[in-house]
Write a protein that binds this ligand. Sequence first.
Ligand SMILES: C[S@@+](CC[C@H](N)C(=O)[O-])C[C@H]1O[C@@H](n2cnc3c(N)ncnc32)[C@H](O)[C@@H]1O
Length: 268
Amino acid sequence: MTASLTIRGAWSAARENCAPGCFCYHASWRLFRQAGLKGNPRWHTAFYQRALAERQPSTALVCGSSDETMPQILTELQPGMQITVADACPTPLTLINTWAKETGTQVFTLRSEAPELAGVSGSFDLIVTDGLLSLLPSPADREAVITRLAGLLSEDGLLLYTSRIAGRAGYLEYDRIGRAGQALAATTWPATSAERMVLARQRLRHPSRPSPFASPDQIADAFRNGFGQVRLFTRSAPPTVALALHPAFLIGRGSVCVGIAATQSRRP
Ligand SMILES: C[S@@+](CC[C@H](N)C(=O)[O-])C[C@H]1O[C@@H](n2cnc3c(N)ncnc32)[C@H](O)[C@@H]1O
């Protein structure tokens, strides 16, 4: 199946593929990414570049990717690398397959959910995941993902994790606009109008992406059980104009981009 790589195309792909739990997120994701309102892998390109400067991985696993952005960045940084993308939902996989076809890039996609990651095997020189830990409900789940990913790395492989930590305001910039956008998307969910309204109300009440971590160091600590070496990078400059203009950044309380580079994986 293919989808057009536009805001409308991504929304259509979400209507065809998503479960209610992720429809509002995937249907509105491209709009928010392009508007520069929501954190996405482009905000961490400098970190990926730096982390890969002295490496030439030939295989990579992307665990969770809302659309084609992450495989696109990896291909720009390391052309010819064999990329596998695992995601719990078929919508991003459809978009990634379309992008791969349009650009002649070889990417293997599979529907698979972390921490189990059924169907994902082998060892990868590079594993990349953005924001996934914030989506896992419990510390046990987060630990299980880190252990599973550590076990999928080659002996001298590198794991890169990126995320954002909310500033002193306690929530990420544009969280309310994000919720409103997702609620609006809910009104286009292919279901009865009563079901759409329930979904829309849920999205309005639910913070877009509550982070389980209060500081960059807490994220680094989460990786220390699975890896012998964990390096932490942070960047507090606003990654987009939209963020730079947000009141939280104007008063010096903006969110922080966090990058973790983990090596020497402790295999389970
Ligand atoms: C991990 S974040 C990635 C966000 C990031 N901004 C990006 O564009 O790559 C969101 C993606 O992870 C997927 N996802 C959420 N929970 C997952 C899980 N437990 N296993 C695999 N994929 C998951 C969602 O379907 C979504 O596509």
